[in-house]
Design a binder for this molecule. Structure first.
Ligand code: NI
Length: 177
């Protein structure tokens, strides 16, 4: 289920169909999982992102990494994460490493609880608002096969039509070669 090699994994872009595949639960917590999470953290840093989910590197797994504001050097891996809505809503600009060129105002729950497993399989719970709560919701969306492009309104699609078109063309070209 987990890849033998991780150094060749790269971030894939919308509309790659692998982004639509819902992540499977992770049952084995071994060295391969640790290596995979480390590679995802590396890719997140290289891209100056604040979160990265397994489907974004083509793996349909319930795994994402995120870095918390205030502890930017300490990214965390979340396995089999479940969110609890704790109230409020906040609308703010949101982008995605798998959809470069697209930034849209997205409505999210303001305060969020998360229950997840760490890389050893231990359960932990956290609570967050602001940016981190937004990152969790964005990454859990990825783990369920949802990308911000899927959340766009008709008007947002029109506003971003050039970026959408460019991503589609890049995907077609990559598939032809
Ligand atoms: Ni994303």
């Amino acid at each position: 289920m987990l890849p033998e090699r991780v150094d060749n994994l790269e971030i894939i872009r919308w509309p790659d169909p692998r982004l639509k595949a819902p992540g499977k639960r992770i049952e084995v917590f071994d060295e391969r999982l640790k290596a995979l999470a480390d590679r995802m953290i590396e890719l997140m840093h290289e891209s100056n992102g604040v979160g990265l989910a397994a489907p974004q590197i083509g793996l349909n797994l319930q795994l994402f990494v995120a870095r918390a504001p205030g502890q930017m050097d300490e990214p965390l891996a979340y396995v089999n994460a479940e969110l609890t809505e704790r109230g409020g809503t906040i609308t703010s600009e949101e982008g995605c490493l798998s959809a470069p060129g697209i930034t849209i105002k997205t409505k999210r729950v303001g305060k969020i609880g998360i229950r997840a497993q760490d890389l050893k399989g231990e359960y932990f719970e956290q609570e967050a608002d602001g940016l981190l709560a937004r990152v969790w919701q964005h990454e859990v969306d990825h783990c369920n096969g949802v990308v911000i492009v899927d959340r766009m309104s008709r008007l947002q699609r029109i506003t971003c039509r050039r970026a959408i078109q460019e991503l589609k063309e890049a995907h077609e070209q990559a598939n032809q070669s």
